[in-house]
Design a protein around this ligand. Structure first.
Ligand code: SAH
Length: 218
């Protein structure tokens, strides 16, 4: 069962979480405000309300996890979200990251390959708050060609390589933020699409994500 009430205790825990994330180096005030505004405990079973406000990943079933709040803040900060931008997210999972992007007023298109996780979000009432958030059951390696091109793309699972079909769905000047596999861990990358088919690459810190897997799963 999901929790549906958000009281002063939850808000207090969120404030502390935001302070912690700030102390770890996240500076973008809009990102921090989004973390403050989205009740992360709604995204977990109500038995785990306290854990929802610890800075760590947490299991959500199907061997998947809701990303650590710091990681969500880190990827979102790199994404430099502006209102009305079209953003493709690969790996909806709990839909927490997708909600943070919607909170920043982006038009979010989020894909999940696991049918059960996708279905769980269909009846998740809180998400109705975000009319600009659409969710799809599909393979993130394919992207969503009929909805592109996108201003930004965010991959929230460990990518074995930069998916070519996703690069093709980026606007010129747009960029993709993704954790790229380097064995045990992944290094966060930001790949910008330049004119004439060129790309530039920036590298950031190391993280540990669940793998990005091929194909859909029933
Ligand atoms: N953004 C999520 C994090 C989920 S973990 C959140 O905020 O909770 C990564 C998710 O990526 C998992 O749910 C996993 O099933 C999904 N995933 C892995 N490979 C994928 C692919 N090829 N296409 C779409 N989703 C994928």
């Amino acid at each position: 069962m999901r929790a549906t009430t958000d009281d002063f205790v939850h808000k207090g825990m969120r404030k502390q979480l935001v302070e912690l994330i700030k102390s770890k180096g996240i500076t973008d005030e809009k990102v921090l405000t989004a973390i403050l505004n989205v009740p992360r405990h709604f995204f977990l079973d109500s038995a785990f309300e306290k854990q929802a406000y610890e800075d760590r990943a947490f299991p959500i079933g199907e061997e998947q996890t809701i990303s650590q709040p710091y990681t969500v803040a880190y990827q979102t900060q790199l994404l430099q979200v502006k209102p009305f931008e079209k953003i493709l997210e690969v790996g909806t999972g709990s839909a927490y990251q997708a909600s943070i992007l919607a909170e920043l007023k982006a038009k979010v298109y989020s894909i999940e390959r696991q049918k059960r996780l996708f279905d769980a979000n269909k009846n998740f009432l809180f998400l109705k708050k975000y009319p600009t958030l659409s969710m799809f059951y599909g393979d993130g390696f394919e992207g969503l060609p009929t909805y592109g091109p996108f201003d930004k793309i965010l991959i929230t699972a460990a990518a074995p390589y930069v998916p070519a079909k996703l690069l093709a769905q980026l606007k010129v000047g747009g960029f993709m933020v993704l954790p790229l596999d380097e064995g045990e861990n992944q290094r966060m990358h930001r790949i910008t699409k330049l004119k004439d088919g060129d790309f530039s690459e920036e590298k950031f810190d190391e993280f540990s994500f669940v793998p990005m897997l091929m194909g859909k799963r029933q």
